[in-house]
Design a protein around this ligand. Structure first.
Ligand code: ASP
Ligand code: MG
Length: 472
């Protein structure tokens, strides 16, 4: 197998150093040596390896696929070796899932609970087909405009996964053949979202999984960048629909991107960001609606958001973005005993029921009793209440209250590691607007507060300007 370094070089006729020396001896050998050095330098000039990924809206019909092909051609014409990962046409995967549900005669519970009678291998066989269509179509369109291209299904590469059908994890990507062909100017058009599970079954990577296909491929190819083309032009300081003064971030660190769940997760599948962080893949989020004829690498990075390592970000604000989430619910247990073991009695039955707890606040105890407030995903709210009612005896609380009319607002930024006072500034600003904080949680790079949902937008706007994020 060719070493990584060698494989990055454009294939060139092999001329050994020794032969050159021999050929160069005699009259004018100095000039010959000079020419040889020039050629050698040209040969060793690194080819830029790119993985381009296009989401469902970018390949929604053949016309849009033509636009994708124009983006790809621009990169090929610039001398880059390209792999292109495609999603299914917008809406296709939903349609395929609906057919599976119709065939099985019941509705899937958003991935959390799958009936025992339900065969996830056949779900994968059906829903992986959307990407087969778009990969073939893009290869055809590329060929029609004179670009060498070949489509690849997950099993043909193979992109191997474990056997967790519907949400399989990638275990390896065999890229030698692909890479050799890419270096030869052939575009590899890869069906995203799908892989090959043990026993030769088709697997899928979970909804939104073609982002992860793209990042895994980029890591395996040791690509220079993974460009994720989508229907927005990058990651914003907050949701622009709430704060019109929100602006696109030129760069964002992997860790911040993971925390920007409220809008970030809609742009990139979380797993793809984790993988990019682990493997050091530089990911550029950009829009496929931008004109395909922008030239040059600088132009590319200037028209999107680069998700990268912290130390690649020169101008770092203390806070990079404000995230919000409305999908949490609050549960309060009143008057529980303040003694060892009570917290375990509350949270163990919830964990057994597979309910994730996010923020937790316990009051100071008075006469040996205390109150406990915590949040769960809204989708788990009813089940959490049910579980706690069942455990009333063992926990021993006086009353149980809950509300899903809450919102979690977070200030996120790696700059917090080295700056004190972010929390106090944040709490003062919210207090000035009369917004009550019901729970707080923090990490090294994030401060989150739980507030009444009615104040969510006001809080986001307030914090956005407080931390200097409003565009001028
Ligand atoms: N087509 C798949 C989905 O809709 C995968 C993807 O788009 O990333 O979830
Ligand atoms: Mg997506």
């Amino acid at each position: 197998m060719a070493g990584e370094g060698e494989a990055r070089l454009r294939a060139a006729p092999a001329v050994s150093m020794k032969n050159c020396f021999l050929a160069g001896l005699g009259a004018g050998h100095a000039a010959a040596m000079g020419r040889w050095r020039l050629r050698a330098r040209a040969r060793e000039e690194r080819v830029t390896l790119l993985v381009l990924k296009f989401g469902g809206t970018s390949v929604a019909d053949v016309d849009r696929i033509r636009n994708v092909a124009a983006h790809v051609k621009r990169e090929v014409d610039a001398g880059n070796a390209c792999a292109v990962v495609v999603s299914a046409m917008a809406g296709q995967t939903n349609q395929l899932v609906a057919w599976v549900e119709e065939a099985w005669g019941f509705k899937l519970n958003n991935g959390t609970q799958v009936s025992a009678m339900y065969d996830a291998r056949e779900y994968d066989a059906v829903v992986a087909s959307g990407e087969q269509v778009t990969s073939g179509l893009l290869a055809i369109v590329l060929q029609s405009i004179g670009v060498k291209a070949r489509s690849w299904q997950g099993w043909q590469i193979p992109l191997s996964t474990d056997s967790a059908h519907r949400a399989a994890r990638i275990t390896g990507v065999a890229v030698d053949t692909l890479k050799a062909r890419m270096m030869n100017g052939e575009v590899a058009v890869v069906a995203g979202f799908q892989g090959l599970a043990p026993e030769n079954r088709i697997s899928t990577l979970g909804r939104g999984g073609s982002d992860t296909s793209a990042v895994a491929l980029a890591a395996a190819l040791d690509a220079d960048r993974c460009d994720i083309y989508t229907d927005v032009d990058g990651v914003y300081t907050t949701d622009p629909r709430i704060v019109p003064k929100a602006h696109r971030l030129g760069r964002i660190s992997y860790e911040e991107m993971l925390e920007m769940a409220s809008q970030g997760a809609k742009v990139l599948q979380t797993r793809s960001v984790e993988l990019a962080m682990q493997r050091g893949v530089r990911v550029l989020v950009r829009s496929s609606f931008d004109p395909p004829d922008l030239k040059g690498a600088e132009a590319a990075e200037a028209c999107g958001t680069l998700v990268c390592n912290e130390d690649e970000i020169v101008e770092q604000n203390v806070v990079s973005g404000i995230a919000y989430a409305r999908d949490e619910a609050k549960v309060t247990l009143l008057k529980i005993a303040d003694k060892p073991g009570v917290a375990a009695q509350v949270f163990c039955p919830l964990a057994d029921a597979n309910i994730n707890v996010d923020m937790i606040v316990q009051n100071v105890s008075e006469d040996g009793f205390t109150d406990l407030t915590f949040t769960v995903q809204s989708a788990d709210f009813d089940r959490a209440i049910e579980v706690l009612k069942k455990s009333r005896e063992s926990i021993g609380y006086a009353d149980l209250r809950g509300s899903s009319d809450v919102a979690k607002i977070s200030a996120i930024g790696v700059g917090m590691r080295s700056h004190a006072g972010v929390a106090s500034q944040m709490f003062s600003a919210l207090a000035e607007k009369g917004i009550n904080i019901e729970a707080i949680s923090t990490s090294e790079i994030k401060i989150s507060v739980l507030i009444d949902a009615a104040y969510a937008e006001l809080a986001v706007r307030t914090l956005h300007s407080l931390f200097g994020l409003d565009s001028r």
